[in-house]
Structure formats: structure tokens, C-alpha cells
Design a protein around this ligand. Structure first.
Ligand code: G3P
Ligand code: MG
Length: 381
């Protein structure tokens, strides 16, 4: 049963057959004594941030998940389809923007599961594209032979016939890399896989070069029917950035690439997409939250000094995108509980019709307030 709750207690009562019994005025309790049989996954764009600006009272909301001495009292992580920088860097950026201490292990980005492909491509030549530093992301995961698509393209004169018109790509001369000798011999060494790590910046060039690479078996000019594997970190059609209206995301780029490729090739494009709403993302989040619980929260199921591995009672997904965040939590099933905020992609008054959340709130602050009351945890802030 799904609700767009205007009254929180009604939602709780209906869904779990137990009304919220803790009152806002209840005496603060120690989270450590309370234990952590719940956890929280926060979407970033449209829930925590819009562009680089915190929204929905996110800094205050996050502060409530820490104890008096700054230790984590509720296991939580960020589950975003965004990315483009290593998790360590993203954690540092988020810590600065949100004024709480965020660990790299609490940041799961769309491309984080690319690590699992290391066995397959560790020593193979791969290309990576997207905003930020996609090649650095892949190198930090352990891939040994990574070229950004930009660098790969730079080794082929005139590969992009309109590049001279792209004044917007100009950067101060001091930042411009001198034409370099290719690190890898791209005229003889095959690209074995292509990764769309984050939202592509130059769609035209990327579509052109990816078509070249994928149609030629990874070696430009080669007549080869084999298509190297293509991986997308996410498949969001739209997302909430700094602009007030929704912006096209990686899913839109995928559609553009796919339609051009399919019109210009004998075979249809083959690809794999990661990120929410894939159920494995939520499974993985559950594992990480469980590790965070073991390392940061006293486990109520502790037995003879051995931390129990009791499953979570509830895991909350707080998101702004019904077809990504809510659909993902729904597909993942128990113990996931979806909370939809009105601060991003979704702005409806009532619940979303196709992917109704378990709860709809105005902001992440309201969502955290609801969770802490429902879980009978009163924070000090
Ligand atoms: O590029 C970012 C976007 O696709 C979604 O990010 O945090 O809303 O999952 P998020
Ligand atoms: Mg979002």
C-alpha cells in the first residue's frame, strides 16, 4: 500500500500497522543505547544539493545523525547516480558543503560498481568519458590503462569535424595540454571497453567517437563486427541540477547515442547500465550500511562481544526522482521504505501515480524528522 502522506502518523499506522509512539517532546535518548536497526540512503541531486547549494535543510538534517561528540549515531550513506570524481574527493567536497564529517565509504556514486569490472579489464586499454575526471576515477579503481575519451580523440586529427567551432572548450592557454605523444599506441592497440562515468560534456564529440570505437571493434578504421562492451554509470533521463527545471541526464545521452548508432550500424547497440533503480545498488547499499553500523553504532544484537548480523528492520531511501529512487526502493523490497521529497524532479502535490512512494514530504529535513520520530530516536540538535 502506498501513501502520499500529509499526516505522518497515519502513514506509519497504515504501512506497518504500528503508529508512531514517540513524541517530538520525548526525552532525548542515547542513540547508542537505542541501537541502529535502521539506516538511511540519501539521494544527492534534488534532495541534498541543487548544483553545489545545500537544499531542504540538509545540513541540519544530517547533523541530527551524529552524537554529541561528532560520532555517527545512525548509519547513513549517499546513494547518487551522479559522479565524475573519486569517492574520496566527493566525500571531502560534501563534508565542506554540508559541514559534517563524511567518509568515502558513505559515498556510493553511479560509477562505484565499476570497480567490480576490474578483473575483466585491469590490464586492458579502456576509455572513459563524462564531466569531472572520469579517467582518474577509473585509475583509482585500479584500472591500469585508462584514457579519457577526450585524450583518445586528441590522437586522431579531425576526428571531430566541428571542434574548431567549439570556443566553449577553450581554456586559458596555461591550462592547455601541449600536443602529446600517445601513451598507448591507439593505432594498433584495441580499446577493450568504453565507460560513461558521468554526464558527458560534449555530446556531439562523444557520440561520434563512441560510434567510431564501438563500430570498429575498438580499433579505428578496422572492419570488425565485434562491439566492445559499453557501460553507463546510470540511466537517468532527467535530474535536478542548479537550473530550476529538470535537466537531461545520462539516460538522455544513452538514447541519443543508441539511436545514432542503430541508424548507422548493422547491429544494435549493446550496453549495460548501472546506478539506481537497479536492485543490486540497493543490495550493495544495505551491505555498506551494515558495515557502517558495525563500525560506528553499538549493535543492539551484540552477543558475547560478537556483533550480530541481524538484518535491518527498515532502510529509508530519500529521493526526488520517482522512476529512479522510488522505483529502485520498491523493486528492492523489504526492508526498503521510500520517501519522496518535493525538492527536485518530483514537485507534485499528491503522490506520484506510477511509482508512489511510501511517504511524500516537502524536504529532506522533514524526512529525517519523520524517521527519527518513527524510530524513537531523539537527537540532540
Ligand atoms: O548526474 C546526476 C544525476 O543523474 C542524478 O543524481 O543524486 O539525483 O541520483 P542523484
Ligand atoms: Mg536526485
Amino acid at each position: 500500500m502506498r501513501f502520499h502522506a500529509s499526516t505522518i502518523s497515519r502513514v506509519s499506522h497504515l504501512r506497518n500497522k504500528a503508529p508512531i509512539s514517540c513524541q517530538a517532546s520525548a526525552k532525548p535518548q542515547s542513540n547508542h543505547k537505542q541501537g541502529c536497526n535502521f539506516g538511511i540512503a540519501f539521494d544527492i541531486d534534488g534532495v541534498i544539493l541543487r548544483g553545489r547549494v545545500p537544499i531542504g535543510g540538509s545540513p541540519q538534517a544530517l547533523r541530527r545523525l551524529y552524537g554529541d561528540s561528532g560520532e555517527l549515531s545512525v548509519p547513513y550513506l549517499f546513494l547518487t547516480n551522479g559522479g565524475g570524481v573519486p569517492e574520496t574527493k566527493r566525500a571531502k567536497e560534501l563534508s565542506e558543503l554540508l559541514e559534517v564529517n563524511i567518509m568515502a565509504s558513505q559515498v556510493v556514486q553511479g560509477h562505484s560498481p565499476f570497480r567490480n569490472l576490474l578483473k575483466k579489464f585491469e590490464n586492458e586499454l579502456i576509455i572513459a568519458t563524462g564531466k569531472g575526471d572520469p579517467a582518474l576515477v577509473m585509475s583509482e579503481y585500479g584500472f591500469k590503462k585508462v584514457l579519457s575519451l577526450e585524450e583518445f580523440a586528441s590522437y586522431f586529427e579531425n576526428i571531430d569535424p566541428v571542434s574548431q567551432y567549439k570556443k566553449w572548450t577553450s581554456m586559458p592557454l596555461s591550462n592547455k595540454k601541449a600536443p602529446s605523444v600517445p601513451i598507448y599506441d591507439v593505432s594498433s592497440e584495441r580499446v577493450m571497453a568504453a565507460f560513461v562515468v558521468s554526464d558527458p560534456v560534449d555530446w556531439g564529440r562523444d557520440i561520434q567517437v563512441l560510434c567510431d570505437v564501438l563500430r570498429s571493434g575498438g580499433l579505428l578504421g578496422d572492419a570488425n563486427n565485434y562491439q566492445p562492451p559499453l557501460y553507463f554509470a546510470a540511466d537517468d533521463l532527467e535530474y535536478q541540477a542548479a537550473f530550476p527545471y529538470k535537466r537531461l541526464g545520462m539516460g538522455a545521452f544513452r538514447i541519443a547515442l543508441e539511436s545514432v548508432f542503430n541508424r548507422t550500424s548493422a547491429k544494435s547497440l549493446e550496453y549495460v547500465t548501472y546506478g539506481k533503480p537497479n536492485p543490486f545498488v540497493f543490495k550493495n547499499a544495505e551491505i555498506i550500511l551494515s558495515q557502517l553500523r558495525s563500525s560506528s553504532c553499538q549493535n543492539p544484537y551484540e552477543n558475547n562481544g560478537v556483533l550480530g548480523s541481524q538484518p535491518f528492520k527498515t532502510l529509508y531511501m530519500i529521493g526526488d526522482n520517482p522512476s529512479v529512487d522510488v522505483k529502485g526502493a520498491q523493486q528492492a523490497g523489504h526492508p526498503w521504505f521510500s520517501i519522496l521529497t518535493r525538492t527536485g524532479v518530483f514537485r507534485g502535490k499528491d503522490n506520484h501515480t506510477e511509482f508512489p512512494a511510501d511517504l511524500v514530504v516537502d524536504s529532506v529535513e522533514e524526512a529525517v524528522d519523520y524517521i527519527l520520530k518513527r524510530e524513537c530516536v531523539e537527537s540532540g540538535s
